[in-house]
Design a protein around this ligand. Structure first.
Ligand SMILES: Cc1ncc(COP(=O)(O)O)c(C=O)c1O
Length: 465
């Protein structure tokens, strides 16, 4: 393996078509265009081969004991923790890593243990994934106020630094601020400088990095968030079922866990009804961590560093610019746009995720399911719907609040169905679209994938749907 370091300034170029032929040959062998990297990355072939070979050699036991097999697993878990910290340029004296099942589980660790209350509010962005929106249930239960930071017309956070300052001045106490480093709806990369601003005002910051870190380098040295959540399958495709909460040691020690489980305690007494949680990350890893896959986490991060995060970012950014330009250039015969792209037109500070709707000749959104269906038949993987990001969807689709409220109420009374909700919203003119199509690019993407998506859209235009 090469030994490139994570945050190199100038890097020689990488031949991404050679990389695709070597590590992702199955795409072309099966004639597939994969454009759902925000859903999941694809694994490089060598990661599964090397991991399988390592497993064949290893004798790994449950890490919670002192046998040779157990110690071998414990050593792997520690090595994986160190590797994750190095990848995120995090000082091990300040940060630690709790392995979880995925990003949602990492966020849940904070949600369930953060001391919300009247003086500790929850402030989140309107661009959050539902796994962050869900934190509000814990905040509300503890009597904490919940504030959403709104999005502007381009789906960027609007005037957020001063809003945080005003909230801080007008309330006693601070609280938890959560926002995504990159939107899983629009691809907008929100300013990481907010992390320091919010911390300087006394807030604790939870950065949802799930959609950002697969194609952008994150340095916790420069962006000193209290908590960062990510899923490894989104970064290098394999294995599924491991994520991490990268946490400042000091912020982790201020959390209060609502329960305990095997592996996370020094002792439990049944006679005396007491227990002692383990210090640091161990106290947050309930049960047995996925020790067999730790080797793959290490190798996956090595692979990303070897290709180079800044090279990946440049490759994805160039292809995304091509995709967005091609989408904007598509028109009906009379010159009206064929596609409405959501988010910033100029695309600065944006990652490789693009949400859009196909428009008919009247300028109305073609249901996303129609595009999905055409894409499926053409072997093109895109995502359709709201992508678990209701705030960005409501803003992008122009949901009218009172009409939305009555459509939600009516649909709930009738027995919830998304199709039914969509029908009601369309009937009452409550939104100009219900769901979009999302294309997201990654290290294995190429120009031909982009062209195949464009062909799908042109095909939808030609066919009656
Ligand atoms: C920004 C963001 N946050 C959180 C999640 C949830 O990730 P997971 O399903 O791996 O828990 C996703 C998944 O798409 C995401 O894009």
């Amino acid at each position: 393996m090469l030994t490139a370091t994570p945050h190199q300034a100038a890097q020689p170029s990488v031949d991404f078509s050679e990389l695709r032929a070597r590590e992702f040959a199955r795409l072309d062998a099966s004639a597939q265009a994969y454009l759902d990297y925000t859903g999941s990355a694809l694994y490089p072939e060598r990661l599964v081969t090397e991991h399988a070979a390592a497993l064949r050699r290893a004798v790994l036991g449950n890490p919670h004991s002192e046998s040779p097999a157990s110690r071998a697993s414990t050593a792997l878990v520690h090595a994986a923790r160190d590797r994750v910290l190095r990848f995120f340029d995090a000082d091990p004296r300040e940060y630690t890593v709790c392995f979880t099942a995925n990003t949602s589980a990492a966020i849940h660790l904070v949600a369930s243990a953060y001391p919300f209350g009247r003086d500790a509010r929850f402030i989140l962005s309107a661009d959050d994934h539902n796994s962050v929106n869900g934190v509000r249930a814990y905040a509300e239960r503890a009597g904490a106020r919940v504030h959403y930071l709104p999005l502007d017309d381009e789906l960027r956070l609007h005037d957020v630094a001063s809003r945080l300052a005003v909230l801080r001045r007008t309330h006693v106490g601070a609280g938890l601020v959560a926002f995504p480093a990159q939107s899983n709806f629009s691809g907008v990369q929100h300013p990481l400088a907010l992390v320091e601003r919010a911390r300087a005002l006394g807030y604790t910051v939870l950065l949802d990095a799930a959609a950002y870190v697969p194609t952008s380098a994150l340095s916790l040295n420069r962006t000193p968030a209290d908590f960062v959540a990510c899923s490894f399958y989104k970064m290098f495709g394999y294995p599924t079922g491991i994520g991490a909460l990268v946490a400042r040691r000091e912020s982790l020690s201020r959390l209060r866990r609502p329960w305990f489980a095997g592996g996370a305690v020094e002792y439990v007494s049944v006679q005396h009804g007491s227990h002692l949680a383990r210090d640091g990350a161990d106290g947050f890893e309930d049960g047995t961590v996925n020790f067999l896959d730790m080797e793959a986490v290490i190798r996956g991060l090595d692979f990303l560093d070897e290709v180079g995060m800044s090279r990946i970012a440049r490759h994805v950014s160039a292809l995304t610019s091509t995709l967005v330009a091609r989408l904007h250039a598509l028109t009906h015969r009379d010159g009206t746009p064929l596609v409405r792209v959501y988010g910033p037109r100029d695309r600065y500070d944006c990652g490789g995720t693009v949400a859009f709707n196909l428009l008919d000749e009247r300028g109305d959104a073609v249901p996303y399911e129609v595009v999905e269906e055409h894409a499926r038949r053409a072997g093109v993987s895109v995502r359709g719907g709201c992508f678990c990001n209701p705030g960005a969807s409501e803003r992008a689709f122009g949901f009218v609040p009172d009409r939305t409220a009555s459509c939600i109420a009516e649909t709930r009374r009738a027995g919830w169905s998304l199709t039914e909700f969509g029908r009601r919203m369309r009937e009452c003119g409550g939104a100009h679209a219900i769901g979009a199509v999302r294309a997201s690019l990654g290290m294995a993407s190429n120009d031909r994938d982009v062209e195949r998506l464009i062909e799908v859209l042109l095909g939808c235009k030609a066919l009656p749907y």
